[in-house]
Ligand binder design. Structure first.
Ligand code: PAF
Length: 283
């Protein structure tokens, strides 16, 4: 496994592989790898000749009062896990290499970033779209894989790839959950034991909503009321949003008569957690 610490070295590596006719699968991350990331690497491994992982905590996707400085890191463990997963190259750039002085370009999309997490994180998706664009130009992958836990991010990357004619296939990786249902996230590391219990309110309420919809409820407001009471019954929870929306546009739906995305963001203590599920109404 090669470790490439500058964009020049990464581009040289990718160009050399491409010259030899090799295909490249890419999994971009901010590190502190968990089973969710590993599942993306496992999905990507058989798809291409090379498997590239990037680890870069991207400052431009954090707002002023977010957890950039506290974001968990363990590069040695990440490299160990990457090697076991069959990664052939790790791109590990420095901030100054990605954002040199006087950097001033930002990718922005018209509507997808303004829903769900974008309502409270106005700079987030611009930062994601910008860094992913740069990473795509540096790594030059044929396929790139993003987790479905960040459903909105995945939709934004798909749209951007389509809009800007990137010749890259974007794939989604399933949400990986702990045994008790908590969606895996690097941010779970912030939770105390009590908060960890309250964090289960997210996956459980998604499950509850699925059951209510399966019984024929079509009104999102009725289900929202039920699951918001449920979440609030757990200590230290503060709901940021509960959204029943169209999975393609992320716009709120008024009636559940076709597949919907139910997406949640809940603050547990000081940790902001998200989770989602696609739900089909009964036929
Ligand atoms: O999902 C993430 O970890 C990040 O948003 C990404 C895609 C690596 C961009 O910084």
């Amino acid at each position: 496994m090669e470790i490439l610490k500058t964009k020049r070295l990464m581009q040289q590596w990718s160009r050399a592989r491409k010259k030899k006719g090799k295909t490249i699968c890419f999994v971009p991350t901010m590190g502190y790898l968990h089973q969710g990331h590993i599942s993306l690497l496992e999905k990507g491994k058989p798809l291409c000749d090379e498997l590239v992982l990037s680890i870069f905590v991207n400052p431009s996707q954090f707002g002023p009062n977010e957890d950039l400085d506290a974001y968990p890191m363990d590069i040695d463990n990440d490299l160990r896990l990457a090697a076991v997963a069959g990664v052939t190259a790790v791109f590990l750039p420095q901030k100054e290499d990605i954002y040199p002085p006087h950097f001033q370009t930002r990718i922005c999309l018209d509507s997808l970033p303004h829903h769900l997490c974008g309502m409270s994180r106005p700079v987030h998706f611009g930062g994601v779209a910008t860094v992913v664009t740069k990473l795509f130009h540096i790594v030059m992958p044929d396929v790139a894989i993003f987790g479905k836990k960040d459903f909105q991010q995945l939709q934004i990357i798909r749209q951007m790839t389509w809009d800007l004619d990137f010749n890259i296939e974007i794939m989604g990786g399933e949400i990986v959950r702990e045994k008790d249902g908590l969606a895996m996230s690097s941010r779970n590391a912030y939770l105390t034991a009590d908060q960890r219990k309250s964090a289960l309110s997210l996956s459980r309420s998604l499950h509850m909503a699925g059951q209510v919809i399966a019984k024929g409820e079509k009104n999102p407001l009725v289900i929202e009321k039920e699951i918001s009471c449920f979440i609030q019954s757990f200590p230290q929870t503060r709901i940021e949003y509960i959204s029943f929306c169209d999975p393609a546009t992320l716009e709120t739906v008024g009636v559940i008569d076709k597949q919907i995305l139910l997406a949640l963001a809940v603050q547990v203590g000081k940790t902001r957690l998200i989770d989602n599920v696609l739900i089909d109404p009964p036929q």
